[in-house]
Write a protein that binds this ligand. Structure first.
Ligand code: 4AD
Ligand code: MG
Length: 439
């Protein structure tokens, strides 16, 4: 059953209007903005796929339709019928000459107007803020990033395996775990990473990836941290650190290229300087931790050898390059328990972080995994992890252990980088942060 009034032609979506020029169409949407001048009312109507200028001319419509058009408030739900005509000046190149217009529902004044609002107000009204042009553009870019990720792995013969969200143990350190009671089994935790499960799946299927929400009880209130974020984690059997870096650069290059191709309108809406993204083609620079430390020293950035990089160090390093930089072989002591040591220098781990340009920070963390049973048992003890909870993981080193590795890419940080926005909270529909869980 159609929700259109009688006599209205089938509805078109705004993004498809170019192909409907010369025809009469219906639009189903909401009023974004209205201005009137004498015998004309200009309605900007949005329908989720785009925004279209619709013009009511008092000579073309019955008087009550013209009056109705002029009285609409922002975000009134409406359906209209009219002629699609080409117009160079209109956004999207098509304009609708209104013939009839019906109000579906009209409410009081919309809380979010064209004037500037503070972030707290906007975040508290996130359910309504999503309707703004910029937020809708970011949502569409995020969607295309996800599609590019899935296309890439699908074409490369990876199997998507879903990791559990409830886990019996920590993967990325014990300081930022969300803990809960799990019936009679004791404590359980929300997953920090699907990696350990992907290692098991990689031994079964060769190349796998998981893609889903992950949780970190981060007490840090930065523009790069959420407590709930999405991570994609490939894991590959018979792969060493060099292979992992080659996979990472090909992967990131593909995401950027596919989004440049499919998100042109959205990048325009976001006023993104895409020339910076056009440069993001493999190979990416590979810089060892030691080389990165030398860069910091040369630039006079405060830093002690042995520490992990924070935002200031990452930004200083990434400024040296016009594409993402792969920093490899960090000191093992600042990295997770499961990393393989570098045989050439056992102080170092065979790991890699990919740092995005333009101050966006680390978007990928990963590396080669320890594949030796005795070494891993030692690491579990050294990190005070409960061995019983890791017996299944140790089994992977008992039965057919091979060199393997992978990485995790954060979807929100990647989307923020592509969109050129400051804070990752705008890249997820309902961000979860230290001081925010509503709406
Ligand atoms: O470097 P991380 O902690 O790596 C892991 O979790 C590995 N187990 C992944 C693997 O090898 N399979 O996290 C990977 C990425 C980071 O580079 C970042 O993009 C993102 O996840 N990330 C966050 N994004 C938003 N908010 C947070 N609190 C994040 N923590 C990590
Ligand atoms: Mg990391």
């Amino acid at each position: 059953m159609s929700v259109l009034p009688e006599g209205f032609p089938p509805a078109a979506r705004i993004k498809d209007l170019k192909a409907r020029v010369g025809q009469e169409v219906s639009l189903q949407g909401w009023l974004y903005n209205m201005r009137s001048k004498g015998k004309l009312a200009f309605l900007l109507v949005r329908d989720g796929s785009g925004i279209c200028q619709c013009v009511a001319f008092s000579g073309d419509v019955p008087p009550e339709v013209f009056e109705r058009a002029k009285s609409l408030t922002q975000e009134t739900a409406l359906v209209l019928r009219g002629a699609a005509r080409a117009d160079e000046r209109a956004p999207g190149g098509v304009e609708i000459g209104i013939k009839d217009l019906r109000v579906v529902q009209q409410g009081p004044e919309f809380p979010i107007g064209p004037k500037e609002h503070g972030p707290d107000f906007l975040l508290g009204n996130r359910h309504l803020w999503l309707r703004s042009r910029k937020q809708a553009a970011i949502a569409r870019v995020r969607h295309q990033v996800k599609r590019a990720i899935q296309d890439f792995f699908d074409e490369d013969g990876f199997v998507q395996v879903d990791a559990p969200i409830f886990t019996p143990s920590a993967c990325e350190g014990t300081t930022n775990l969300f803990e809960l009671d799990y019936f009679d089994e004791g404590k359980a935790y929300l997953t920090q990473s699907g990696q350990l499960y992907m290692e098991a799946a990689a031994m079964a299927l060769g190349r796998v990836y998981c893609f889903g929400p992950t949780f970190r009880a981060e007490r840090s209130k930065t523009r790069r941290h959420l407590t709930e974020f999405w991570m994609v984690e490939p894991e590959v059997a018979y792969l060493d650190l060099d292979g992992i870096m080659a996979l990472a650069e090909r992967f990131v290059g593909r995401i950027v290229a596919q989004c440049l191709d499919r998100c042109r309108e959205d990048f325009k809406e976001l006023e993104r300087d895409t020339s910076k993204l056009e440069k993001v083609v493999p190979p990416f620079p590979r810089v060892s931790y030691d080389d990165a430390a030398a860069i910091l020293k040369r630039k006079g950035v405060e830093f002690t050898w042995g520490d992990d990089f924070g935002a200031p160090q990452e930004t200083a390093i990434s400024e040296e390059f016009d594409r993402p930089v792969m920093v490899h072989r960090y000191p093992a002591d600042v990295k997770a328990f499961y990393m393989k040591r570098d045989p050439a220098d056992p102080r170092l781990a065979l790991c890699v972080d990919v740092i995005a340009p333009e101050g966006c920070g680390e978007i990928i963390g990963g590396g080669q995994r320890a594949d030796d049973l005795a070494y891993l048992e030692g690491q579990i003890a050294k990190h005070n992890l409960p061995k019983a909870a890791f017996e299944w993981y140790l089994d992977l080193r008992r039965y057919g252990s091979v060199p393997h590795g992978g990485f995790g890419l954060g979807l929100e940080r990647t989307t923020a980088w592509l969109c050129g926005i400051e804070h990752i909270r705008e890249t997820i529909a309902f961000p979860r942060m230290l001081y925010r869980i509503y709406p």
